[in-house]
Ligand binder design. Structure first.
Ligand code: SF4
Length: 257
């Protein structure tokens, strides 16, 4: 998840008018059906974290990420691994339609690194009448402004995964994103240690971002009990503890759940 501007993995910068196809094929309703994206997996489970935790959700995991967080739990979503498949936007939407979930999590890797192709996918998902919520898990390194401009739907929410010092990628954060977050969006801090905790508190105090603030312990490094104690001791009345419930339900290493 990178780039101070939304630029494609293949060098495709976001166009001014958003959804146009790689092959130039764009349907009458603006759905660029022929645009191709690399993917790892599309599967249905329950959302494991965030404000939509517990809801049946279709996960679309795109392939590719320019960041390399030390504690990343999806290293299979970027090089040197290979994408499992390449699907058109229309094919991705068809797969979503195979499930009964009304919610989609667009994740990665970094699902916004494809610029205008990411916009096209989001707008195509917005057009699916059965969906009530499309939340995008993004690294915080990609500028959100073009997406907010070109994906005009309250169905779409952004979950910014702010990278703290222990991730090794905190210097990649695109700080102007913080002032763009709306109440429906989320700002997640994955916290490995006390230095991360302090950095997260500093971000909240300095930038006063708009979205829901979620504090999540790095699995296996920060005991959840310790994080709760720190949240309470700091008097963080509007911070929510965020646990990944899929790591409680299934083996933490299991994919596709
Ligand atoms: S945690 Fe997210 S942003 Fe970091 S390397 Fe993994 S996929 Fe990329």
């Amino acid at each position: 998840m990178s780039g101070r501007r939304a630029a494609g993995a293949n060098g495709g910068a976001m166009s001014g008018n958003g959804a146009t196809g790689e092959s130039g094929a764009t349907s009458g309703n603006g759905v660029a059906a022929e645009i191709v994206l690399p993917l790892v997996e599309v599967f249905e489970t329950v959302e494991g974290e965030g404000t939509a935790a517990g809801y049946p959700t279709v996960f679309i995991r795109l392939f590719g990420c320019p960041l390399r967080c030390v504690w990343c739990d999806t290293p299979y979503s970027y090089a040197p691994h290979e994408p499992e498949m390449r699907l058109t936007v229309a094919e991705i939407c068809a797969r979503v339609g195979d499930f009964s979930s009304a919610r989609v999590c667009l994740t990665g890797g970094e699902p916004l690194m494809f610029g205008w192709r990411s916009v096209a996918l989001l707008n195509a998902l917005v057009a699916l009448p059965q969906l009530v919520d499309i939340h995008v898990e993004t690294s915080g390194a990609i500028a959100l402004e073009p997406f907010l401009d070109q994906v005009r739907s309250n169905k779409v929410r952004y979950i910014v995964d702010y990278k703290l010092p222990a991730s090794g990628e905190t210097h990649r954060m695109h700080l102007p994103n913080l002032r763009l977050l709306r109440p429906m969006d989320e700002l997640k801090f994955v916290i490995a240690d006390e230095r991360d905790f302090r950095a997260a508190v500093d971000v909240l105090h300095t930038h006063k971002p708009g979205g829901a603030a979620l504090f999540s312990p790095v699995f296996g490094r920060m005991p959840p009990q310790q994080l709760v104690e720190r949240i309470l001791a700091e008097g963080l009345a509007n911070v929510r503890l965020n646990l990944q419930i899929h790591k409680v339900i299934w083996d933490p290493q299991q994919r596709g759940v």
